[in-house]
Ligand binder design. Structure first.
Ligand code: HEC
Ligand code: HEC
Length: 274
């Protein structure tokens, strides 16, 4: 008996089989799952060292937060999965104070794994009563005269709707009691870190202006005054231009609120996770 095979069909079948074995055996499909979930203890401790070098100055030595948010949270807003976490580490979060950090693929992976391990730790406790704090915010503190919270208020200072996700208790306390110390920064891809609420005082031939810088380049500066009007100036034509570093339009509340009111309003801010 003579069996005749169609050689093309056989070749096709063979290559299909090879492809199948390759797919099953290849580590590629593991990569797609989680690049950071399976790190060894050594890799995690290498991740911790990298974290202390590159991240701790903003996120705290123990990831407890500071200028950047606490990372001791199971759910990260901008990094729902490991792939986005790696993207956030490499590219930063445009328009915020989170810069991209240059790391080797191996270091990025171990830092990401360390960040995930922080997420397993308990969240930071509130120092006071957020409900009482809401009252301080609305009445005694009159905070809405300068801040927008869930659509209400005046946007002279930064919006506070999700400030509880961005800042930890210690930072918030400093922001309320010593506002000139904590001035939020933004990262600009071209110009580096900028103070987002820098007070500027300008004298031109038309008068004196005080407000917050919203933009500046080599030749011009734009600012918003306290009434919300926007002004643009040609630097060469100014009589004087002062950048008042460390000045804040926000009053320091340590003189205006007692200790209980301060910890309550800080707790109220911590609960803003919108
Ligand atoms: C110059 C300060 C600074 C440095 C350095 C920095 N971060 Fe951040 N990071 C921030 C700020 C500010 C935010 C909050 C941005 C926002 O949402 O407004 C942030 C946000 C994040 C987020 C998102 C958190 C969330 O809830 O979505 C992650 C994750 C993160 N940083 C990880 C890192 C890691 C890892 C490093 C070091 C490799 C690092 N950051 C270095 C300031 C910094
Ligand atoms: C007169 C306007 C004004 C008032 C009133 C005011 N703030 Fe502010 N606040 C600002 C400005 C401007 C900033 C930006 C940083 C700076 O200049 O210090 C700021 C910054 C902050 C920050 C830091 C936000 C961040 O993401 O870094 C917090 C928190 C804050 N204010 C909370 C409050 C609370 C709570 C009250 C009421 C008890 C209050 N503010 C009242 C103007 C004000």
């Amino acid at each position: 008996m003579h069996l005749s095979f169609d050689s093309t069909a056989l070749r096709k079948l063979r290559s299909l089989f090879t492809l199948l074995t390759l797919t099953l055996a290849s580590p590629l499909h593991l990569f797609a799952q989680s690049p950071v979930g399976t790190l060894s203890a050594e890799e995690l401790s290498a991740g911790q060292s990298q974290f202390e070098i590159h991240c701790a100055r903003c996120h705290g030595m123990l990831g407890e937060g500071g200028e950047g948010p606490s990372l001791k949270r199971a759910q990260l807003t901008h990094a729902a999965d490991d792939a986005t976490l790696l993207t956030v580490i490499a590219g930063g979060i445009p328009g915020t104070g989170m810069p991209g950090i240059r790391l080797s693929a191996k270091d990025a992976r171990s830092v990401a794994g360390y960040v995930r391990s922080l997420g397993a730790l308990p969240a930071e406790p509130m120092p006071g009563d957020p409900v009482a704090g809401a009252l301080v915010y609305r009445s005694t503190g009159n905070c809405a005269s300068c801040h927008i919270l869930h659509g209400d208020g005046v946007g002279l200072g930064p919006e506070l709707s999700s400030v509880g996700l961005k800042r930890n208790a210690e930072y918030l306390r400093r922001a309320v009691t010593n506002p000139e110390v904590e001035q939020p920064r933004v990262v600009d891809r071209f110009r580096g870190t900028l103070n987002a609420f820098l007070t500027v005082r300008i004298v031109s031939e038309y008068g004196r202006y005080e407000g917050m810088r919203i933009n500046e380049d080599e030749f011009t500066v734009q600012m918003r005054d306290l009434e919300g009007n926007i002004h643009s100036f040609e630097k060469a034509k100014l009589i004087s231009y002062e950048k008042a570093l460390g000045h804040s339009f926000m009053p320091g509340y340590s003189a205006l609120l007692d200790e209980k009111q301060i910890v309550d309003v800080v707790s109220f801010l911590m609960s803003q996770r919108g």
